[in-house]
Design a binder for this molecule. Structure first.
Ligand code: ZN
Ligand code: ZN
Length: 342
C-alpha cells in the first residue's frame, strides 16, 4: 500500500452528522440525507438512503434510474449522473463514486481534501453478485462503514450454495410451488441471476411488486432470463415453479392460491433460526447484500484507515473490536439509516 497520510486529519471539522444526515461542510452536500437538503449525494436506491425532496441529487446513472422508477422523475430539483471513477470538484473537495457491490448502481463516496481521503461506504458487500459491479477497495485515512451485520454470529453462506439449496428443493418437491420472499430492489434480481447461473432455465414467476424493478435491471444490461408476471400466468397453482415475491406476501392471502407452497426467504437475517421460525419460513436462505462480520473486519483492515466511523446501529461490537486492534473507532448515530429490510 502506498504511504498513507498519517498526519492529523481533523475530519470532524468538515464532515459530521447534523440533523439531516451526514454533512460534508467542505463540499456543501449531505450523503443519503433523511430530510430534504439543497445538495445530496446518494449512495444507492434503497429507501432509507434515497429519499424525495432534495434540491440537487448527485449519484451514479443507475441509482438515478432507480430513483426515477421508485420516486418519480420530479423527486428532486435536478439529477446529475456521476459515472463510477469520474472525479468532480465540489467547493473544497474532490468527489468520486466507486462500486460498493451492494445493489445495481451502489457506490462508495470517496472524498478528498488537501491530500486526506475519506471513504463513505454506504451499504456494501464483498460476496459474489452477478447483478452489480464488485466492491472496489479504496485505501483511505477515514472509512465510514455500515454495520448492519456487525456481530461475529453473522457469517453469510456462499450465495451460490443457497441458490443450489433452492433448486434442490424444487427437484425434490415438484408438486409444490416455491415462493421466494426477497426484497424487491437488489435481492430479488440477485436470486434470479444466481439460480440462472446454477443452470435454471425455466420461466420464473413474479409478484406484481417485482415487475418494474426487474425491467429496470434488464434495461441496465442485467439479463434475467424468461420472467412471467403471476397475473398473466395461466398455470393455476404453479406446482413445481419458482415464484419471487415481497417477503410480506408470504403471509398474505395472495400466497394461498398456490399449490401447497414452500415458503422461502432470502435474507441475511435468516442466519437467526428463531427469526425464520417466527416468520413461518420453511426454507430459510441466508443470502445478504451486506458485508458479514468477517467481511467488515477484513475490509476495514484492508483500507488501512486509522480512523473508522460506524453507522447502521450495531456499532458496539465492531467499535470494541476495532479499539482493541488499534483503530480509532467512533459510532455515528445517524437518524434514518435503518436496519435494512433485506
Ligand atoms: Zn441498502
Ligand atoms: Zn442501508
Amino acid at each position: 500500500m502506498t504511504a498513507l497520510r498519517r498526519a492529523a486529519a481533523p475530519f470532524h471539522t468538515w464532515l459530521y452528522p447534523d440533523d439531516r444526515g451526514l454533512y460534508c461542510a467542505a463540499g456543501g452536500f449531505h450523503i443519503d440525507p433523511h430530510q430534504p437538503v439543497e445538495r445530496a449525494v446518494i449512495t444507492h436506491g434503497h429507501s432509507d438512503h434515497a429519499r424525495a425532496g432534495h434540491g440537487a441529487v448527485l449519484a451514479t446513472p443507475e441509482t438515478i434510474a432507480v430513483m426515477h422508477a421508485r420516486l418519480g422523475k420530479e423527486s428532486a430539483g435536478s439529477f446529475q449522473p456521476l459515472p463510477y471513477g469520474e472525479t468532480i470538484t465540489l467547493s473544497e473537495v474532490q468527489v468520486r463514486l466507486v462500486p460498493a457491490g451492494h445493489i445495481l448502481g451502489s457506490a462508495q463516496v470517496v472524498i478528498e481534501k488537501q491530500g486526506c481521503r475519506a471513504v463513505v461506504s454506504g451499504d456494501y458487500k464483498r460476496a459474489h453478485d452477478p447483478t452489480c459491479r464488485p466492491f472496489e477497495l479504496v485505501p483511505c485515512d477515514l472509512f465510514v462503514t455500515e454495520a448492519t451485520f456487525a456481530l461475529p454470529v453473522f457469517q453469510h453462506e456462499p450465495a451460490e450454495h443457497e441458490a443450489r439449496k433452492l433448486l434442490h428443493s424444487l427437484e425434490e418437491q415438484p408438486e409444490r410451488a416455491h415462493l421466494v420472499g426477497a426484497y424487491g430492489l437488489g435481492k430479488c434480481q440477485r436470486m434470479i441471476k444466481l439460480v440462472r447461473e446454477a443452470g435454471y432455465e425455466k420461466p420464473i414467476y413474479l409478484h406484481g411488486a417485482m415487475v418494474s424493478l426487474c425491467e429496470l435491471y434488464e434495461a441496465c444490461g442485467v439479463a434475467l432470463g424468461p420472467l412471467v408476471y403471476v397475473a398473466d400466468a395461466e398455470r393455476g397453482t404453479l406446482a413445481g415453479e419458482l415464484v419471487m415475491c415481497p417477503p410480506s406476501a408470504l403471509r398474505e392471502r395472495w400466497s394461498r392460491r398456490f399449490a401447497d407452497p414452500v415458503t422461502a426467504f432470502a435474507s441475511g437475517w435468516m442466519r437467526i433460526k428463531g427469526r425464520a421460525r417466527q416468520q413461518g419460513v420453511e426454507l430459510p436462505l441466508v443470502v445478504s447484500d451486506h458485508a458479514d462480520w468477517p467481511e467488515l473486519v477484513a475490509t476495514i483492515r484492508e483500507t488501512g484507515a486509522g480512523e473508522v466511523w460506524i453507522t447502521h446501529g450495531r456499532d458496539d461490537a465492531l467499535g470494541h473490536y476495532l479499539s482493541t486492534h488499534g483503530v480509532k473507532a467512533r459510532a455515528l448515530s445517524i437518524v434514518g439509516w435503518d436496519e435494512e429490510a433485506e
